[in-house]
Write a protein that binds this ligand. Structure first.
Ligand code: ARG
Length: 422
């Protein structure tokens, strides 16, 4: 009888390599490994695939997910200026629902009943995988080998691997846990676990040290159409290319490093370093264009929603009903976010120096202090009067009450004084 099948989100690393053998041995399942190409530094994907097949996987599919990632995930992320706790551009949080989506699709194509992932029980990524899969197909069962096996240490895991024919990476293990895709890199663990320790220089790969960056700024313009970046210096390009170009330019100028303590969904605080030069430069420019093109009430409401949006993505709710509704709001808000932003990238900074749009709501004649001024100054007098009316009423009442109490206190003091002199 044919065995049941499990789709495994596979990276080629130690944990997911052990997962292949473990699922075969402990669960008696046929493994279909899925490797997502999402713009990570991964060495040879073909080798990773061969390794899976050598370990007896039924199939190993290498899937280029970059375009879907850009078109279906990053466009929304940029439109939402998605920064968790106002800092982190959701690099890893965005890739888990993407990987889940492909795993579910491949499970359907192959008739697999199970999906497995290699995330640990302390992080957010497990929640993102499992919530996404649950929302996409509640009939699929998720298996999490890492939560079931009981290797206490890395050497223990290596020993198991050796005994059971798991082919593990031969390169020296990094002292950090790194997760990477075309939107940025997340670096955690090792000496970073002490939040007082300065991030060692060797953790950074996409950015130069700001002190070593060129002494003259790089100036560029970023063009947007309906909230989506489409051109650098007037040259149109697809989003995958644009992000990687922005990564390069901003990274060369030492921009895009973050060192933060963040609140994980599972309740603990963790120290994280990120580098996302292109992503952060794009979001900075996008916000500047929104400042120009969005009407005040919408802009303010959207900025409140953005924080909720980012928290929801962080918490693995990508496919949930609230996200769908928030995305509808955000998408509508982007209809006129079309124009250009000029910025300087210089020694670790990204400074917006100009913005323009056919849909600009900036009205020179309203704003100027020059002769062309056509702002209604008379209306301002009435506006100020009515706008301050509640505050004025409040202040008058408090002053009246204060003088009443001090009059009373005076009388009392006088009476006391008389009493004492008797
Ligand atoms: N703290 C970040 C997040 O939850 C980064 C996670 C990185 N994942 C990893 N396996 N190193 O999104």
């Amino acid at each position: 009888m044919a065995k049941d099948k499990v789709v495994l989100a596979y990276s080629g690393g130690l944990d997911t390599s052990c997962c292949i053998r473990w699922l075969q041995i402990e669960k008696n399942l046929d493994v279909i490994a899925v490797v997502g190409e999402i713009g990570q530094e991964h060495g040879d994907l073909q080798k990773i695939q061969e390794k899976a097949m050598k370990m007896g996987a039924l199939d190993c599919r290498v899937v280029d997910m970059r375009k879907t990632f850009a078109d279906d995930f990053l466009t929304k992320e940029i439109a939402a200026n998605g920064l968790y706790e106002e800092k982190y551009p959701l690099i890893s949080a965005l890739s888990r629902p993407l990987l889940s989506q492909y795993c579910v699709q491949i499970a359907h194509d192959t008739g697999a009943k199970y999906i497995a992932h290699g995330c640990t029980g302390k992080g957010n990524d497990q929640v993102r995988f499992e919530t996404s899969i649950e929302m996409l197909d509640p009939d699929i069962q998720v298996i999490v080998p890492v939560r079931e096996w009981d290797f206490k240490t890395r050497p223990e895991e290596m020993e198991w691997a050796q005994k059971h024919g798991a082919i593990v990476p031969t390169t020296k293990a990094s002292p950090y846990s790194i997760d990477e895709n075309m939107f940025g890199r997340s670096i955690e663990c090792g000496i970073l676990e002490n939040p007082w320790n300065e991030p060692p220089k060797d953790i950074w790969k996409k950015t130069v040290d700001p002190a070593d960056a060129p002494d003259t700024p790089t100036t560029l313009t970023l063009g947007f159409k309906q909230g989506i970046p489409t051109a650098i210096n007037g040259e149109e390009m697809d989003l995958v290319t644009l992000i990687s170009k922005m990564d390069e330019i901003a990274g060369e100028n030492g921009y895009g490093r973050l060192d933060v303590v963040e609140n994980r969904l599972v309740g603990l605080k963790s120290r994280e370093c990120y580098e996302a030069p292109g992503a952060l430069a794009i979001i900075t420019a996008h916000k500047a264009l929104e400042d120009l093109c969005l009407e005040r009430e919408l802009l303010h409401e959207k900025s409140l929603l953005e924080q909720k949006w980012a928290t929801n993505v962080y918490n693995g709710q990508w496919f949930g009903p609230l996200m769908q509704c928030m995305n509808a709001f955000i998408q509508t808000s982007q209809r006129y976010v079309t124009g250009e932003v000029r910025m300087d990238l210089y020694k670790g900074t990204c400074t917006v120096t100009g913005r323009k749009s056919d849909y600009s709501l900036y009205d020179y004649r309203l704003a100027t202090y020059d002769r062309e001024d056509n702002f209604d100054h008379d209306a301002a007098a009435g506006f100020c009067e009515l706008y301050s009316l509640p505050a004025k009423t409040w202040a008058a009442n408090r002053r009246a009450m204060r003088s009443k109490t001090s009059a009373k206190a005076n009388t009392q003091a006088k009476a006391n004084a008389q009493g004492l002199s008797k």
